[in-house]
Design a protein around this ligand. Structure first.
Ligand code: MG
Length: 164
């Protein structure tokens, strides 16, 4: 059985993961509007990954005989200044999510909820990957600067990302 405290916290995290999906979908749509189809693809795959994160938390609550309660998802931004701005915001967002997962892990430890702690281990490792993958693109975009040929090449590279 889940404690009410952990149940509430995971329900909030389900909302945060769905919000992440919505943010990345918005970023994908922004890239489509600027004819960067590869960047749009990368963000679409990212949005899909976030849905799978939400579902991992969802199933944990269900499997522990808890109650999933869904709440409203607030609207993310719809416009950014540049591709670099988008990926900088994505990186900052992932750092924020890492903090949320750490808060959950601290709560699970304090509540001696070993099953939740074990489930969260996957997310702790995943966040290392999430921060790295967004920061790698930030660094590439900084290197590219105003070189449109470089942006074209990166867009082609990001077109290759496929859903896991
Ligand atoms: Mg996530």
């Amino acid at each position: 059985m889940l404690s009410k405290k952990i149940e509430n916290a995971i329900n909030k995290q389900i909302n945060a993961e769905l919000w992440s999906a919505y943010l990345y979908l918005s970023m994908s749509a922004y890239f489509e509007s600027t004819n960067l189809g590869g960047c749009a693809n990368w963000m679409r795959v990212q949005a899909h990954e976030e849905l799978t994160h939400a579902m991992k938390f969802y199933h944990h609550v269900i499997d522990r005989r808890g109650r999933v309660t869904v709440a409203a998802i607030t609207a993310p931004s719809i416009n950014w200044k540049s591709p670099l701005h988008v990926f900088e915001e994505a990186f900052k967002h992932e750092q924020k999510v890492t903090g949320l997962i750490a808060d959950l892990a601290n709560m699970a430890a304090a509540e001696k909820d070993h099953a939740t702690a074990s489930m969260l281990k996957w997310f702790i490792d995943e966040q290392v990957e999430e921060e790295l993958s967004t920061d790698v693109i930030v660094q590439k975009l900084k290197m590219i600067g105003s070189n449109t040929g470089g942006l074209y090449m990166l867009d082609r590279e990001l077109a290759e990302r496929k859903a896991k």
